[in-house]
Design a binder for this molecule. Structure first.
Ligand SMILES: NC(=O)C1=CN([C@@H]2O[C@H](COP(=O)(O)OP(=O)(O)OC[C@H]3O[C@@H](n4cnc5c(N)ncnc54)[C@H](O)[C@@H]3O)[C@@H](O)[C@H]2O)C=CC1
Ligand SMILES: O=C(O)[C@@H]1CCC=N1
Length: 265
């Protein structure tokens, strides 16, 4: 990937996380990363990491071959119309990160001239720990591999069917917010039983990291790990059962479904 030139158009919350993740990765040449935003001041901190920053999207496209579009969904057509004159067949690949916009719609905006992908990462790209679901249109195995390599560099990636892209948005991209809210609640509980906020944060964050790593490394079902913690008549099971009486699993599932219904509208 050393020779791939990547531009990230619209470096807001997500785009900037991705640019940062790529800049930190040894497989990429940081001089080959161009980041754009209208208010340049807000991405100046990417410069010391080696990125070129500009508010000129046409310049960014001219000087790259992989274009990541990280603007809000309602700005995508405007951006595509702006950069279209610089798009060259057999040179460019466009990857849209926009929620809810299909590859067909985006490809049509580009007159089906170049391969188009949709990717759904999350903000943990910032530290190279995103999970990104990807699907493509007019895409060869080689193009798909190229796009996958970008997102593998900022975490893990999966190629999925486009019909699952909305579900991927909820579980992975919105999902990190759900996890943060869970963590916040754990911290609040920790404070109530005696820890200061920083200590509670440290204990909870490492506990969540450990749980996630165990699932990744052992491939066990979460419930079989829970069984190892719940001493009969002990303090874990009474806490878990009280959480369930209060609708813990149910509220998470309903939240996920509500988010999904919103995106499907
Ligand atoms: N925030 C998240 O966690 C995730 C967001 N997404 C998708 O990613 C996209 C971006 O989301 P956010 O980063 O949250 O939005 P954001 O609003 O923080 O970032 C978009 C950025 O694009 C910039 N921009 C707008 N027009 C521009 C132009 N003409 N030239 C250069 N820059 C321009 C804006 O100033 C802004 O900084 C959206 O389509 C969203 O659906 C997808 C997954 C996760
Ligand atoms: O909340 C949203 O609409 C976007 C989509 C994925 C994450 N943020």
């Amino acid at each position: 990937m050393k020779n791939e030139k990547i531009c990230v158009i619209g470096c807001g919350n997500l785009g900037k996380s991705i640019a940062k993740g790529l800049l930190e990765h040894e497989d990429f040449n940081s001089e080959n990363v161009i980041a754009t935003r209208r208010k340049l001041k807000l991405i100046e901190d990417l410069k010391p990491h080696g990125a070129e920053i500009t508010s000129d999207n046409l310049y960014a496209v001219r000087n790259s071959n992989i274009i990541l579009v990280a603007v809000k969904p309602y700005n995508v057509d405007k951006i595509i119309n702006e950069i279209k004159p610089e798009i060259i067949e057999d040179k460019h690949i466009l990857v849209s990160l926009a929620t809810g916009l299909g590859t067909n719609e985006i490809s049509e905006m580009l007159d089906d001239k170049i391969p188009v992908f949709r990717a759904m990462p999350n903000i943990a790209a910032d530290i190279g720990e995103s999970v990104t679901c990807i699907c493509g249109k007019n895409s060869s195995v080689e193009h798909t591999q190229k796009v996958k390599s970008i997102f593998d560099a900022i975490g893990e990636s999966l190629i999925i069917n486009e019909e699952l892209m909305e579900a991927a948005t909820i579980l992975g991209a919105c999902g990190i917010a759900f996890v943060f809210r869970f963590i916040r609640a754990m911290i609040q509980g920790g404070i109530q039983i005696g820890f200061d906020a920083n200590t509670a944060n440290q204990i909870v964050s490492q506990t969540v990291k450990g749980a996630a790593k165990m699932l990744q490394e052992n491939s066990n079902h979460p419930e079989s790990e829970i069984d190892k913690v719940t001493t009969p008549k002990g303090c874990t099971i009474v806490g878990l059962n009280e959480m369930e009486h209060q609708g813990f699993s149910s509220s998470l599932i309903r939240g996920i479904v509500t988010s999904f219904e919103k995106i499907e509208k």
